[in-house]
Write a protein that binds this ligand. Sequence first.
Ligand code: NAP
Length: 278
Amino acid sequence: MTGASDGVGLEIVRLLADAGAAVIMPVRNRAKGEAAIERIRQAVSDARIVLLNLDLARLDSVDTLTASLREDTAIDICVLNAGVVLLGDRRRHVTADGFELHFQTNFLGHAALIRGILPLLERSQARVVVQTSIAAARARMAWDDLDGARRYRPYRAYASSKLALGLYGLELARRAGGVTVNLSHPGVVPNTAIAAPVRALLPHDLVDWAVRRVGNAPSTAAQTAFDAATSAAGPPVMFAPSGPFGLWGPAVSRTPFRRLLDADEAGRVWSETDRLLS
Ligand SMILES: NC(=O)c1ccc[n+]([C@@H]2O[C@H](COP(=O)([O-])OP(=O)(O)OC[C@H]3O[C@@H](n4cnc5c(N)ncnc54)[C@H](OP(=O)(O)O)[C@@H]3O)[C@@H](O)[C@H]2O)c1
């Protein structure tokens, strides 16, 4: 379960722990991770959680994590929830591996993680949950400039990273033996750290209104990924808020965004990922 130290992810862990799951929680900031576990245990006192290290913006960190998992580690559910959004910051941030930060954190690091644990996922006939975003619905893959090296726009970088992750997840479902994949998106969650840059761009009154009227609280937003993790297996579906435009409300299942269902694009994301990670 990535991105469990804060926001929606912390609430997903709370739901999973409450349902009896033992959770592996890889985080980039152990102090934050420990504080998150304390908060979860206030609600679920016997929560079984193991804290590990993972920085998705460093491929060596992903490799260290996957190498540390034993061959017989049973992974029944893998939730790809971590993400960054740097709206309002026009600078293009580059990771130590040389990739744009949204591209690596939200997409490529998760793809590397899946590659590293694929035998474990296949052995456990696992369910993978891909946390995408409403931003992916209208995003496009810029094949000649995948991580915005030539033309960088923060929103476009975020949106296309979430599209790439969704396409990768659905291609995984086509290729991996016995692994099922569902998508989820949390709608708009104005109270999380990831939403702070969006809040900073908008007038205060609008933000207050949005928090009261439009967005989901993290605890409600977490339900989409939880349902995606626990619903009966079937063709991949997307769990999303039921309210207008999927922005808020209780979780329902729906057909994934049309752009996520493009099998040619998904195959291309898969091959390109193999190339980038080889
Ligand atoms: N909030 C929204 O309105 C919204 C809308 C659509 C989709 N989403 C998606 O929902 C997911 C959760 O977002 P949120 O709103 O809960 O954001 P959040 O509160 O900022 O949580 C993001 C999580 O990702 C982790 N993370 C960030 N960079 C990482 C890295 N390099 N390596 C490992 N972990 C890293 C963070 O760890 P730290 O604690 O160390 O920062 C944190 O646990 C994201 O995938 C996001 O794209 C959110």
